[in-house]
Design a protein around this ligand. Structure first.
Ligand code: 6SG
Length: 267
């Protein structure tokens, strides 16, 4: 046996290992990710990422198997549907209206729906569902101030949605006019913030909160069609959201058009 030959072979093998290591190390998390998942699913996920405007959050995304359990109405589930559809994220829906009291309600963390099943993990509360999906899919701002902007609009939307839901379910005939009168002031605050921040969406990139605001503006315009006409920045935001290709296509479907806004036929 030639010892010199063996040494050359070992040196060559070591340099090969070194080269592989040099290549693989910068891509270690992506490669580990690839090993943990199967290839077709990985490809499906990349497709979602290409469509997302937040590719920088690549590493935060994990494999998902989503099921949205809700009534067949827009209500508190619609913003989540928009987020899924707009970002090309696969999800299934389960209608919990039938046998709600006996079958579903007792299993809900707070006795209400919607509920999101993310694999085995259950998330309740519609805005928490939105933030959870936002964090997973690059739709939750990583900058602290940007995140606070998304959160404050979400909370303000909540302050409008609360009285809206009470009016719809408890006092539609006598309460509608008074509720409508509150809107110029409440929506005017959002208009002013949009002007001050100067961005196309609430933050510099689309986030979970934009779907929440879009759904509110849609719902309010069904109640009172002119409510954002005097608010040009908010109107431009609404139109921008409505013309996003995936949302536009989805909103033209019969599935969407026939979905009631609320559970009691009032809107
Ligand atoms: C109400 O309010 O439509 N969930 C409601 N109601 C059923 O037994 N803070 C959380 C969140 O943001 C609020 C959840 C929300 O996620 S949706 C819920 O679960 C309960 O309390 C409003 C709505 N309700 C329609 C409705 C539900 C039960 C009776 C009327 C569907 C329509 C008819 C039967 C089932 Fe029906």
């Amino acid at each position: 046996m030639c010892t010199l030959g063996n040494i050359k072979l070992v040196t060559y093998a070591l340099s090969l290992v070194n080269e592989v290591f040099q290549f693989a190390w910068p891509h270690r998390s992506a490669l580990l990710d690839l090993l943990r998942s199967d290839l077709p699913l990985q490809c499906a996920r990349s497709k979602t990422l290409e469509r997302s405007e937040h590719k920088d959050n690549f590493e935060n995304i994990t494999m998902s198997n989503y099921q949205l359990i809700y009534f067949p109405l827009r209500g508190r589930g619609q913003a989540t549907r928009y987020l899924f559809v707009d970002n090309g994220i696969d999800y299934k829906e389960e209608n919990c209206a039938q046998d709600w009291i006996k079958t579903y309600k007792p299993k809900m963390p707070f006795g209400q729906s919607p509920l999101l099943k993310d694999g085995d993990f259950e998330v309740a509360q519609s805005n928490t569902i939105m933030r959870h999906l936002g964090r997973k899919h690059g739709l939750y701002p990583s900058d602290l101030q940007e995140a606070a902007k998304a959160d404050m609009i979400t909370d303000h939307v909540e302050d409008i949605r609360g009285p809206y839901v009470r009016m719809i379910y408890q006092n539609y005939e006598n309460g509608k006019d008074d509720f409508v009168k509150t809107l110029p002031e409440k929506l005017g605050y959002i208009e002013n913030l949009f002007k001050k921040w100067g961005t196309e969406y609430i933050t510099t990139k689309i986030s979970f909160a934009d779907y929440i605001l879009f759904d509110l503006l849609d719902t309010l315009q069904i109640l009172t069609p002119t409510c954002i006409d005097a608010l040009p920045t908010l109107k431009a935001f609404y139109d921008r959201m409505a013309s996003r290709p995936n949302l536009k296509k989805y909103r033209e479907t019969e599935e969407f058009k026939k979905m009631p806004v609320n559970g009691n036929g009032k809107q």
